[in-house]
Write a protein that binds this ligand. Structure first.
Ligand code: 4AD
Length: 454
C-alpha cells in the first residue's frame, strides 16, 4: 500500500482496502487481547484496532500498547466499517515506530484541545498558558493552533496579494540600524563592533527613503522590535510588522482609502478561503463572526471624542485615547454602525511621532489615523513630513538629537513626493479577527519581557 502522510487523503469509503498511514499516536488503550488506539495527523484523528490473531502476536500487542503517546508511527492495516460503539476505522496488522516520543509528556494534547472556559475549578486543573508556551512544540500540535497559524499565513498572503494587485513593490528593510526609528525609549541596543547599533522598532524610515528613491508604492513584511516592559495581552517585544508606504497626488485620504480597501480584501479573503480553519478555531475558542463595512467606516477623531463624551467619558479633544477608552469607543461604534473595523482619522498632533504631517487647516491636529478591530488598535499611520526643514523643526521640538537622524532628514533634500502609509501588527490582526484573548496565541514563539525561550 501507498504511504499516506495525512489521514485526510484516505478514502474512507474504500472498505477492506489495505492502507499504510504515517501519523502521531494520539491515544492508546490495551485491554486483554486488543489494543484500541487513535492516530492523529494535523487536525484529524482516526481510530485503529489491533487484535491478537493470525497476523498479530501477543508480544506485538504488548509492544504497541507500550508505544508512548505522540510518537510518530506507521500503521499498516485494512479499512473496516466503523461500528457505532467503537468507531473503529482501521484494523491494524502492523505498527512501526518511526520516531518515539518521550514517555512523560509535560502536557496532554487532549487537555490543550479543551474549549475555553471561565469555570474557576476547571481552570485549576487545566494546563495554563505558561505551561503551554514553555512546551510550545507540543502545544502547536493542537488542531486550533494549526488552524490559527494557517490563517495567520493567510493574512500575510492576502496582504501581499492585495498590494501587489494595487501596484506595490515588496522591499526588504534593515533591522540593524544606527538610530531609533520611533523615538528613544523603547529600543533595544546592541554591540556592533566598536559602536552601538539598534534593532529596528519599525521599517518607518526605510520605507520612506524608498519613496524618496522613486519606488512610489512599497510594502514590507518583517520583524519589529520593541523594548517595552509591557506585560499585557497585546504587547510583544518582537512582532511581525506589515508596513506600507505610498506617494499620493492630491490628498492623503487616497492612501487611507487604499489601506481601508486592503483590510476589506483581507477580511473577505479570510472568511472565504479559511472557513475550515475558522470553524476549527471556534470549536475551542468560541467567538462572534467578524463584521466589517465596505467601504469601511471613517470617523474624525473629534467625532470619536464626542461619542465618548456623550457616553459620559470626560476627555479633551486633543487628549490621547487611553486603552480602556479605545475599547469603549469600539463598543459604541459597534452598537451604532454594526462594524468591528473602523478608521479614526485626524489625531491630535501632540500624541503622534515627530515625522507626522500637521493638518494644514488646524495645526493642533494631524494628517494621521489609526484603525481598530474589535476596539483595539491594529494599525497606525500618517502622512509624513517630506520637507527637510519642517522635519528638522519637528525633530528639535520632540527633543531628538539631530545627528542621529541626519541620514533620514537628508533623504528628503533632493525632492520627495508627498506620501503616507502605515504599520500593521500581524499578531494583533489574527488575534482580533478571531476574537482571541491574548497575542501570545497568535505568535508562533512569542517574545515578551519575561519570555525569551523556546
Ligand atoms: O503604532 P506603531 O508603533 O506605529 C509604527 O510603528 C509606525 N511606524 C507606523 C507607521 O507607518 N506610521 O505600531 C504599528 C502597529 C500597531 O498598530 C500595532 O498593531 C502593532 O504595530 N504593535 C504591536 N504589536 C505587538 N506588540 C507590540 N508591542 C506592538 N506595538 C505596536
Amino acid at each position: 500500500p501507498v504511504l499516506h502522510r495525512s489521514i485526510g487523503t484516505l478514502n474512507l469509503n474504500d472498505i477492506d482496502k489495505e492502507v499504510l498511514i504515517r501519523a502521531r499516536l494520539h491515544t492508546s488503550r490495551a485491554k486483554g487481547k486488543q489494543c484500541f488506539f487513535t492516530v492523529r495527523s494535523v487536525s484529524q484523528t482516526i481510530q485503529c484496532l489491533l487484535a491478537v490473531g493470525e497476523t498479530v502476536s501477543k508480544p506485538m500487542l504488548k509492544f504497541v500498547g507500550s508505544i508512548p503517546k505522540e510518537s510518530i508511527v506507521d500503521v499498516e492495516g485494512k479499512k473496516i466499517e466503523s461500528c457505532t460503539q467503537q468507531n473503529i476505522e482501521i484494523l491494524a496488522s502492523r505498527v512501526y515506530v518511526v520516531s518515539s516520543s518521550a514517555s512523560r509528556l509535560p502536557l496532554q494534547i487532549e487537555d490543550a484541545m479543551r474549549p475555553e472556559t471561565d469555570d474557576p475549578e476547571e481552570l485549576q486543573i487545566r494546563v495554563n498558558q505558561e505551561t503551554r508556551l514553555d512546551n510550545r512544540i507540543l502545544d502547536l500540535r493542537t488542531p486550533s493552533n494549526q488552524a490559527i497559524f494557517r490563517l495567520e499565513a493567510g493574512v500575510c498572503k492576502l496582504f501581499r496579494e492585495s498590494l501587489q494587485r494595487k501596484g506595490f513593490t515588496e522591499i526588504m528593510c534593515p533591522k540593524l540600524i544606527s538610530a531609533a526609528s520611533e523615538g528613544g525609549a523603547n529600543v533595544f541596543g546592541l554591540t556592533y563592533f566598536e559602536r552601538t547599533a539598534f534593532l529596528a522598532q519599525s521599517p518607518q524610515l526605510y520605507k520612506q527613503m524608498a519613496i524618496a528613491s522613486d519606488f512610489e508604492k512599497v510594502y514590507t513584511v518583517g520583524p519589529v522590535f520593541r523594548a517595552e516592559n509591557s506585560n499585557t495581552h497585546r504587547h510583544l517585544t518582537e512582532f511581525v510588522g506589515l508596513d506600507l508606504e505610498m506617494a499620493f497626488v492630491h490628498h492623503y485620504h487616497e492612501v487611507v482609502d487604499v489601506i481601508g480597501d486592503l483590510f476589506t480584501e483581507i477580511f473577505r479573503g479570510l472568511q472565504k478561503e479559511y472557513k475550515t480553519e475558522i470553524e476549527t478555531i471556534r470549536k475551542q475558542f468560541p467567538c462572534e463572526d467578524f463584521k466589517f463595512l465596505d467601504p469601511p467606516l471613517k470617523l474624525d477623531y473629534r467625532e470619536g471624542v464626542a461619542m465618548l463624551k456623550e457616553a459620559g467619558i470626560e476627555m479633551g479633544e486633543e487628549e490621547d485615547l487611553s486603552t480602556p477608552n479605545e475599547k469603549f469607543l469600539g463598543r459604541l461604534v459597534k452598537a451604532k454602525y454594526d462594524t468591528d473595523f473602523y478608521i479614526l482619522d485626524k489625531y491630535p498632533l501632540a500624541v503622534r511621532p515627530f515625522y507626522t504631517m500637521l493638518d494644514p487647516k488646524d495645526s493642533r491636529f494631524s494628517n494621521s489615523y489609526d484603525m481598530f478591530m474589535r476596539g483595539e488598535e491594529i494599525i497606525s499611520g500618517a502622512q509624513r513630513i517630506h520637507d527637510p526643514e519642517l522635519l528638522t523643526d519637528r525633530a528639535k521640538f520632540h527633543g531628538i538629537a539631530l545627528d542621529t537622524i541626519q541620514a533620514y532628514i537628508d533623504a528628503f533634500k533632493f525632492g520627495c513626493p508627498p506620501h503616507a502609509g502605515g504599520g500593521i501588527g500581524l499578531e494583533r490582526v489574527t488575534m482580533l479577527f478571531l476574537g482571541l484573548d491574548n497575542i501570545r496565541k497568535t505568535s508562533l514563539f512569542p517574545r515578551d519581557p519575561k519570555r525569551l525561550t523556546p
